[in-house]
Design a protein around this ligand. Sequence first.
Ligand code: APR
Length: 224
Amino acid sequence: MNITILTGAGISAESGIKTFRDANGLWEGHDVMEVATPEGFAKNPALVLDFYNQRRRQLLEVKPNAAHLALAQLQEQHNVYVITQNVDDLHERAGSKNVLHLHGELLKIRSSGNSKDIKYWDKDIQVGDLCEKGHQWRPHIVWFGEEVPALDKAISIVEKADVVIIVGTSMQVYPAAGLMQYAPQHASLYFVDPKPSLSSNSKLTVVAEKASTGVLKVVEMINN
Ligand code: APR
């Protein structure tokens, strides 16, 4: 079967990475406009670079959890695509092969002057770190107000799904939150979140648990 998995910050919570909107989440400590917008970067690049330097350092200390691993295992019997809002590489480290990052990747940087100039980077970036053409390197992250280049590809993947599993997202940020609408009529939908923002219906099964147990339950349901 074609299985599409849509994940958000909640799937990485049990790996020790803060979500954005839970109590004491990432945005609680920061003004989103200051650290996650192009305007914020223009106004105070050092503050923005430091915010992402801290998250990049932390990412190198954490590892995938049981939910990432269970989803990677689904590849053994099914054609699986992960579409994630997360910028961590935990799905890839768990073994998922087809991962599409809607909001960018923490372990990549790109030239502020040329969006095609992207490279793998697992260290800090400081103001004054310039690409070959002399432009400031920036995190390869989609900030609020920036376009989501992978959106069309994500829609075409969801349109072919037999099963859609949504894990750990508050469904508050568009266009990511709207992707499930593109699932075909016949597709079965599953939603895993301890505080689900959706309720079960004839096509949607809600598992109101954390990812490490809820995803395993959904895998069970799919494989039986
Ligand atoms: N397992 C599963 N889900 C969990 C867990 C857990 N252990 N802990 C928390 N959650 C759920 C929360 O209940 C919430 O619904 O994860 C969700 C996290 O929601 P957000 O913090 O809003 O994260 P997300 O939906 O990924 O945010 C989307 O917003 O800030 C932007 O670009 C950022 O990609 C991010 C986007």
